[in-house]
Structure formats: structure tokens, C-alpha cells
Design a binder for this molecule. Structure first.
Ligand code: ADP
Length: 301
């Protein structure tokens, strides 16, 4: 097969591994810089152009769209869908997953376990917003944040109020969330591919840190999931409409709660922690599923 990886960084671990795994299985791989693609959307025959030429036909496209280029990146993915190309994750699903509130709304509609979460634009009663998620301590998150930046823990009602006021003063979109203390600074990343959890790791935050992000000095190890955790991750991926994703789960006393679903999960941490060939399993999924005109939305979303 001829496979394109839409990625800004050919040297990034995940991009390199996907290329390597595909080539090992006999496929031709092109790494395409998403931002350098341009499109003719006026013609009836949609195409993607790159450096003066029309791109060749691809049997599959693997989008690795960074959060900072979601808008342009999803329009490139959509263009491939319009051409009937099989894309591993569809543009609509990627956009959905990038909006934390929209994701939580979709997941809550289907009864997935979630931390109690509130969001507001200009609440006249901040105290009530805090009380409504169970009171302090609460976690406050900037909607645009990634890799744990913009996620803070407010231990007392007074700090929570002050922080919310400060963020609102900056006109930042935030959400206020119940603090899952019993998670003990750890979370679980479940890698879902084609409706199955193929690898899972537990990430533990550094000493004294409630955020478990590896970028924040956390460490990762292989973990055995409970049946409920496995089912939760699979359901969350399905609701979001993502074939390949990372579902982040916290172990709450009442059961697993989903924090986030990531449509371009990094492969480095999870391959190291689990010793699994995650890239190879993604390519295997493509081999089994890539057919032309198989995308659900075909660019309509
Ligand atoms: P980002 O998308 O920036 O990584 P997250 O929402 O995943 O932000 O939060 C970063 C980390 O903070 C999580 O991996 C988790 O360890 C911790 N965390 C986030 N929300 C909560 C919460 N409600 N309760 C307990 N810990 C949390």
C-alpha cells in the first residue's frame, strides 16, 4: 500500500516509528508536512497539492495533527476524505477531540464516567460553580492547554475563587473539575486501536506533583486494566469516533473516569513502558480496514 503520514516532524519518534513499521511490512511511506499541503477546493475533482505537484493517490493517510494546527490540519484531512482516501482518524472526530468541553459533553451524554466538571463564561456566582463540582479542592484547567500546562490544583475555596477570577480576568476559557485525590497523582493511558485496547500504561507524577504528564517529569509503567477500565476506554473511543486514540483515565473510588481522549497519541512513552509494537499494530489496523470511500463523513462534517 501507499501510505501518507501527515506530520510536521519527520524526526519525531511517533512519525519515525510509524514509517519504520509500515516499511517493514512492505508499504511505501510518504511523510507529508501538513502545513505545506495546499488544496484546490473550487474544482469538482478534489486534490491535495504539495510543492508544485498533485500528490499521488494514497491507500491510507495517518493524520498526526498537532494541537496548534488543528484548524488547518483537519481541513487537509477533510480534503483527503473528499477524495475517498481512507484516513485513520476522520477530520470531524479530530476536531471533536480537540475541544475538551465538547468531548466531555459527548461522553457524558452516553454515560461514560467523568470527573464532575463545570464550565462557565461569566458566572455571577463563582462560589456556586465551585460548590457544584463538590467544593475545594478543585482542578482548574485552561481549555487550550496541553501537556499539563494550564492545569492547576486549588486546594481551598479561597484559592479556587481567586484563580477562577484571575483566569476570567484574562478572558481565558476554563473548566473547573472535581479533584480525584484517590488517583494519587497517577493516570492511565489506554491506547485504543480499532475498538480494542492494545496497550496501557500507568503514569505517575513526580513527587509532590498531582499531574502525571511525562513532560512534567512523570514516569510510566505497564499496567493491567480492569474489565471496566478496558470497556470505558473502548466506549470513549467509539463515542468520539476515533479509530486510533489515547484515552486518559483516572482511577476514582467510584470507578474509572475519563479525563481526555487524544487523537494523536504519542507512541514513545507507551512503546517503552509496555515493550509493545504499537506502531506495527496501527499499520496492521490499516491493512485490515483501508478501502477507498470507507470514511463515514467523506468530508461532509
Ligand atoms: P493535559 O491535556 O494538558 O495533559 P490533563 O487534563 O490531562 O491536561 O491534566 C494533566 C494531568 O493532571 C493528568 O494527567 C492528571 O494526572 C492530572 N489531573 C487532571 N485532572 C485531574 C482531576 N480532575 N483530578 C486529579 N488529577 C487530575
Amino acid at each position: 500500500m501507499r501510505i501518507a503520514i501527515l506530520s510536521r516532524g519527520p524526526a519525531l519518534y511517533s512519525t519515525r516509528r510509524l514509517k519504520e513499521a509500515a516499511e517493514l511490512r512492505g508499504h511505501e511511506v510518504h511523510i507529508i508536512d501538513t502545513l505545506h499541503c495546499y488544496m484546490d477546493i473550487t474544482s469538482s475533482k478534489p486534490a491535495v497539492r504539495y510543492d508544485g505537484e498533485e500528490l499521488p493517490y494514497f491507500d491510507a493517510v495517518i493524520p498526526r495533527i498537532g494541537a496548534s494546527i488543528t484548524f488547518y490540519g483537519t481541513s487537509v484531512v477533510r480534503q483527503f476524505e473528499m477524495m475517498g482516501t481512507f484516513v485513520v482518524n476522520e477530520s470531524v472526530a479530530i476536531s471533536r477531540s480537540r475541544d475538551k468541553l465538547r468531548s466531555l459533553q459527548l461522553l457524558s451524554r452516553k454515560g461514560i464516567g467523568l470527573p464532575r466538571t463545570g464550565f462557565a463564561n461569566k458566572p455571577d456566582n463563582i462560589k456556586d460553580l465551585i460548590r457544584n463540582v463538590g467544593g475545594a479542592p478543585v482542578v482548574i484547567k485552561l481549555l487550550e492547554g496541553t501537556q499539563g500546562i494550564g492545569v492547576v490544583l486549588a486546594e481551598t475555596p479561597k484559592t479556587a475563587e481567586a484563580m477562577i477570577e484571575a483566569f476570567m480576568g484574562l478572558k481565558a476559557n476554563i473548566l473547573v473539575q472535581e479533584f480525584i485525590k484517590e488517583a494519587g497523582g497517577a493516570d492511565i493511558r489506554c491506547l485504543v486501536v480499532g475498538g480494542r485496547v492494545i496497550a496501557a500504561m500507568k503514569r505517575q507524577g513526580a513527587e509532590g506533583e498531582f499531574r502525571s504528564n511525562l513532560h512534567r517529569g512523570g514516569s510510566a509503567e505497564l499496567v493491567r486494566l480492569t474489565k471496566e477500565e478496558r470497556a470505558t476506554a473502548v466506549d470513549a473511543a467509539k463515542i468520539m469516533g476515533l479509530n486510533v486514540c489515547g484515552v486518559d483515565v483516572l482511577r476514582a473510588t467510584r470507578g474509572p473516569v475519563v479525563m481526555e481522549v487524544n487523537s494523536s497519541p504519542g507512541l514513545e512513552g507507551i512503546e517503552y513502558a509496555t515493550g509493545k509494537d504499537v506502531a506495527g499494530m496501527i499499520i496492521e489496523f490499516i491493512e485490515k480496514n483501508a478501502r477507498p470511500h470507507r470514511t463515514k463523513t467523506r468530508g461532509k462534517g
